[in-house]
Design a protein around this ligand. Structure first.
Ligand code: ADP
Ligand code: MG
Length: 280
């Protein structure tokens, strides 16, 4: 039932002192999809799950299972698509995001919940220096002066491990390598210290070495900044490494959820068993 705390168990959970069983994000009976030429297409149908304070929850499922649509729905970005279908409840720290105007959502996005994507240029604008883009968010959400916001940008680039942040902050996205661009997008997402970070396949486009570095960065930032993470991935290896809890999505429905060790040791759903058989 919504609101009932889930038991805090599992190896990952036990080593994570920031975890509390207090809900930060509650997705309740979310249905989302699109009116297509062939008729209505429901990408997710009546899904419910939660992310507690301090938790990393991995939403896993194969391509097309509805993971990205779920993240866009939570961010209320789905409705920018004409013909989007959208219903259910999405509570962020008790505030119903579904009831917010898009104007209110502009103040909530970035400030309370932020998102990073597979492709950094989804979030970064090619025509502005990285520093301006981070500073813009800080000025919007915190009313800081340009100078203060600019120093926050430098500080964030340093925090995400970009060398020579004072130099890099003036550069444009195309002057960054793929991995550094991913770090810059994460810096921008976290500049205003949101309580929830939604990361949609943040390492899928990267080669394995960089992938491991970005996952390590997310772990380190979570410990330092104390946010919660909804990490979306089709890769059970990534989930094994990062998750406190796993939510398995199959054809737009949640088929199983539980602590990471339970899911790996005793998957209850045949689809989860199939996903696990692909992990080396
Ligand atoms: P995943 O992220 O798990 O790979 P998505 O959430 O992107 O899957 O997509 C779920 C389903 O919704 C798929 O069938 C996809 O084709 C469909 N879909 C996604 N975006 C749109 C859109 N803008 N218009 C119509 N259908 C869409
Ligand atoms: Mg996707």
């Amino acid at each position: 039932p919504a609101g009932a705390p889930l038991p805090v168990t599992g190896a990952a959970g036990g080593t994570n002192p920031a975890r509390e069983s207090r809900p930060l994000l509650q997705v309740e009976d979310l249905t989302a999809g699109f009116i297509t030429r062939q008729g209505p297409l429901l990408a997710v149908e009546g899904i419910s799950f939660r992310v507690d304070v301090g938790e990393t929850v991995c939403l896993v499922g194969e391509s097309g299972s509805g993971k990205s649509v779920t993240s866009l729905a939570i961010m209320r970005l789905l409705e920018y698509d004409n013909g989007a279908i959208f219903g259910g409840r999405i509570l962020l720290d008790g505030t119903d995001l579904v009831a917010q105007s898009q104007e209110a959502m502009r103040r909530i996005r970035g400030r309370h919940v932020a998102m990073v994507f597979q492709e950094p240029m989804t979030a970064l604008n090619p025509v502005f220096p990285i520093g301006d883009q981070i500073a813009e968010a800080v000025m919007l959400h915190e009313g800081k002066s340009r100078a203060e916001a600019w120093s926050r940008a430098v500080e964030m680039l340093r925090l995400v491990g970009i060398p020579e942040p004072e130099v890099r902050v003036r550069q444009y996205p195309h002057q960054f390598s793929g991995g550094m661009r991913q770090r810059a997008m994460i810096a921008m997402a976290l500049a205003c210290r949101p309580r929830l970070l939604i990361a949609d396949e943040p390492t899928t486009a990267l080669d394995v070495t960089i992938q491991a570095q970005i996952l390590e960065l997310l772990r380190q930032l979570k410990a330092e900044l104390g946010m919660s993470i909804l990490l979306i991935t089709h890769d059970m290896g990534v989930a094994a490494e990062m998750a406190d809890r796993i939510v398995v999505l199959y054809a737009g429905r949640v088929v199983e959820e539980g602590p990471v060790d339970r899911i790996f040791e005793r998957p209850a759903h045949p689809y989860t068993m199939g996903l696990l058989s692909s992990v080396p």
